[in-house]
Design a protein around this ligand. Sequence first.
Ligand code: AMO
Length: 428
Amino acid sequence: MNRVKIGELKFNEPCTIKGWLEKIRDSKYMMFLVVKDITGKIQVTIEKEKMPKLVEKLKGVIANSVVSVQGTALKSEYVKMGGMEFIPTDIEVLSVAEALPIMDDANIDNKLDYRWIDLRSDRNILIFKIQSCFTNAMREFLVKNDFTEIHTPKLIGAASESGADVFEVKYFDKKAYLAQSPQFYKQMAMAAGFERIFESGPVFRAEQSFTNRHSTEFSGFDLEFSYIDSVEDVMSLEEDLLIYALQKTKEQYGEVVKEVFGTEIIVPTKPFPRMKLCDVYKEIVKYGYVETEEDKLDLSTEAEKLVYKLAKDKFNHEFMFITDYPKDKRAFYHMRKNGIPQGYDLIWRGVEITTGAQREHRYEYLKQQADEKGLGEDVKFYLEFFKYGCPPHGGFGLGLDRITMLLLNIPTIKEVEFLFRGPNRITP
Ligand code: AMO
């Protein structure tokens, strides 16, 4: 096949390049094509008089067709693209494109109808390269720190966590559900003696949310580890993990992120600031926030945004751990000390990216907390995990799509998911 990727072309060596026809410029004597593959772009220059056969082959062919071009890359002072042009000896049109159904300035919902075309842009492909770099860095960090990657089932027999936001599916003659979180199974791994695990996988939420940060299926990055002393160990690990991944991503893509997305990757310092929920409200009322009864239980969207301002003003930091939520709003499996759940949310640039906690690993307490929330039968199988010995443990779940969106300062999660899923969107 002898295909050479455009980014790896060498001068004066005959070869074949394959890619998209990004542009075609046809003038009286010359034809200029821009051919692009995942590694780069090159101008293919055709002198029409010398190459009538090629001109014939390209008749009626428009941009976005896919071609294979044989020829040689030569130095050229006139061409901007790396001072290189490609002089063809032959061209084969591998796929003929029709005129595109969407323009660059179409709105995001129209673009999603034709997502495979929308994704072809340099900017959009870059989003996924950067996300991949970030996830690989997290993997690298965790593997170095003795974590094992596992894959837990997404089809489950009982609604996890709470029954409310769960998708029900037909499972032969029974009902099954799509996992809202790997929570129960990552804890099962602790009861099985794995000590340190992580998982990256789909998470399903049957939520009728129409915000810029919610989707019904998203990519979760979860981990769990044993023999912790307190929730502080969990927060500390998350700090190290994020610092490592942001550092690696900055090294590889920092400049390009500035150029294309107009934003800076800031590697945070340790420790990240921590504040109790009630103290956050005491501070943000100073920004004019009007506190409601509901706020006693959780952070409102508006309050999350102000937490970013607070983190910057008070701590010169982009992240903030919020702790000491009341037990009514927190999952039953969070360990409680003096009645206070030992969990946290991590807010970055005004958006919650993580929930984490030390878990209750003692069967009797856990059962009592589950009963108190009226969970009974649904969590019976889960409670069994704690009957036959289980080390103290904790962990957290990161929303990968949200992280990508915040990292690149992109206004909506729809743009950073490969294919967004929302209450009104389940195709293509
Ligand atoms: P939680 O429900 O907070 O915690 O989810 C973890 C993280 O997942 C992201 N997230 C979402 N992203 C996009 N669309 C959504 N609808 C959505 N919902 C949540 C957020 C959130 O912080 N089992 C616990 C985690 C744990 O304690 O380990 C859990 O699932 O970034």
